[in-house]
Structure formats: structure tokens, C-alpha cells
Design a protein around this ligand. Structure first.
Ligand SMILES: Nc1ncnc2c1ncn2[C@@H]1O[C@H](COP(=O)(O)OP(=O)(O)OP(=O)(O)O)[C@@H](O)[C@H]1O
Length: 250
């Protein structure tokens, strides 16, 4: 579905990663774990097509995203949803915030819907808010939400437009256990819908709970990628083993 091949990125004289390859399939959750500052966010920005890597390719559905016209790349970018560590909602209702991802409504379609007496909230908005347990807050203003609820709305917004791939950058690092559990269930639901999900997290337990496969990103690049139970119980790379055991000090 989404595949980065031999990508390299540096900022000034700092190499973030070199010749890194990673892929996520439809309907699988890939965890990316690694210490803070190792380049998880940079990797996700490359996968989101918002950063063109210095070298290598990023292909979506087999098409090299940086070899196509800008307009085609923009269309491809819309097939990749992203949820950041900090939720950022607009100055509008919860429903409007989620609906933004759909980009199908306009004042004109609003007027038609009102004239015909149709429901004001599109099904995709209702269903996405249902996944994160917030349908009852559809008409509430976004600025009245708690941080955890705001993050759940950010997730619903990304889910609403049915992306092929969903990239989550430390989606629950500021959340309490209850909101974290809701997001993790929503990740499950995204997988069930056939979406390829990449979750970057420094919380190894979260990766163990939600991921089908895990990639371990250390200073040397990706030391190992494999099924979650193998990475946590029987890694083949010594640096992976040390990282999982908490023996690598950063
Ligand atoms: N736009 C940029 N310009 C310069 N340096 C950058 C830029 N983006 C990232 N970096 C540097 O690249 C390195 C990797 O950063 P990145 O945010 O990708 O790491 P991370 O693993 O996501 O860290 P964290 O878990 O703390 O968010 C850091 O040293 C960071 O300072």
C-alpha cells in the first residue's frame, strides 16, 4: 500500500536516517518504536508526502509519489490521513471539524439539505464520531472539549474521509488511560476497514497492544522489523533486544 524504499534525510549536517525502507499493507497496523529524537516524526512526514526525502522513493499503491505531477501528488496526499501528537481543531463544532475531512459540503449543499429537510450530519461524520464514542458531542463547540476528547475528534476527522493509510504520531502520549483505550480501539476499527495504519510511539506497550508488526528505529536506522510477538519476545538483532529490555540509554 505505502512503501518507502532506501529513503535518507538529513537536516544541515545531521543525518536523521539513511537508506531506510519500510512498508505498510492494507488492513495492518505497523508500530514504529524508538527513543525520542530518533526521527519518527520525520519518517511519518516522509510517509505523509509532506517532506520529500533527500534520497529514495515513497510509493503509494505502487506509484512513485515524487515522480508524478504536483496535482497528482496532492490527490495522493489526500489518501493518507495523519493524526499528530497535539490535536488541532478549528473554531467550529465537533461535527464541522470532522466534516472538514470530507470536503464535500459547501454553503450551497447545506442550503439544499436544509430545504429538503435532510439530516444535517453526513453519515461518515456520524459513523466516525461513533468509532471514538463522541456522537453526542456533534453539535458541541470544539473548544469545550477536553484534550483527550479533542484528540478523539482529530482521529474521527482522519477516519471520516476513508484514507488508504492513516499515520499516527504519538497519538496518545498526552492522554489518560481511558482516552488512550478509545484511540486504541479506533485503531483496531481502522484496520478492520482495510486501512493501513502506522503508529509511531515511544510507548512500547502500546505497540505491543495494537501492532501486527513492529519496526524498531534506533540511531543506526531500522534495526529490525517483524511480527510484534517476535520483536518483543525473540528479536534477532542485539540492539533491538537491548532497546526492548531497556538496556539502551539515551
Ligand atoms: N525541520 C527540521 N529542521 C532541522 N532539524 C530537524 C527538523 N525536523 C527534525 N529535525 C531534527 O531531526 C531529528 C529527528 O527529529 P524527529 O522529530 O523526527 O524525532 P522523533 O523521533 O519524532 O522525536 P520525538 O519522539 O521527540 O518527537 C531531531 O534531532 C530534530 O531536531
Amino acid at each position: 500500500m505505502l512503501r518507502a524504499t532506501d529513503i535518507s534525510q538529513s537536516f544541515g549536517d545531521e543525518d536523521v536516517f539513511e537508506n531506510l525502507s519500510i512498508e505498510v499493507d492494507a488492513g495492518e497496523v505497523l508500530g514504529v518504536i524508538g527513543p525520542s529524537g530518533v526521527g519518527k516524526t520525520t519518517l511519518l512526514r516522509a510517509l505523509a508526502l509532506s517532506l520529500e526525502p533527500d534520497a529514495g522513493t515513497v510509493a503509494l499503491g505502487g506509484t512513485d509519489t515524487w515522480a508524478v505531477e504536483e496535482s497528482d501528488r496532492l490527490a495522493m496526499r489526500r489518501r493518507v490521513g495523519m493524526v499528530f501528537q497535539e490535536p488541532s481543531l478549528f473554531d467550529a463544532s465537533v461535527g464541522r471539524n470532522v466534516e472538514y475531512g470530507l470536503r464535500v459540503r459547501s454553503p450551497w449543499t447545506d442550503r439544499i439539505a436544509a430545504a429538503l429537510g435532510l439530516a444535517d450530519t453526513p453519515d461518515a461524520v456520524r459513523e466516525s464520531l461513533d468509532v471514538v464514542g463522541l456522537t453526542e458531542k456533534t453539535n458541541q463547540h470544539a473548544d469545550s472539549l477536553s484534550g483527550g476528547e479533542a484528540q478523539r475528534v482529530s482521529f474521527a476527522r482522519a477516519l471520516a474521509y476513508d484514507p488508504d493509510v492513516l499515520l499516527l504520531d504519538e497519538p496518545t502520549s498526552d492522554l489518560d488511560p481511558r482516552n488512550t483505550a478509545v484511540i486504541e480501539e479506533a485503531i483496531d476499527e481502522a484496520r478492520n476497514r482495510g486501512i493501513g495504519v502506522v503508529v509511531a510511539t515511544h510507548d512500547m506497550h502500546q505497540a505491543e497492544r495494537v501492532a501486527d508488526r513492529v519496526a524498531v528505529l534506533l540511531d543506526e536506522g531500522i534495526t529490525e522489523v517483524g511480527p510484534t510477538n517476535v520483536i518483543f519476545e525473540d528479536p534477532s538483532d542485539e540492539r533491538t533486544r537491548k532497546f526492548i529490555a531497556g538496556e539502551l540509554v539515551y
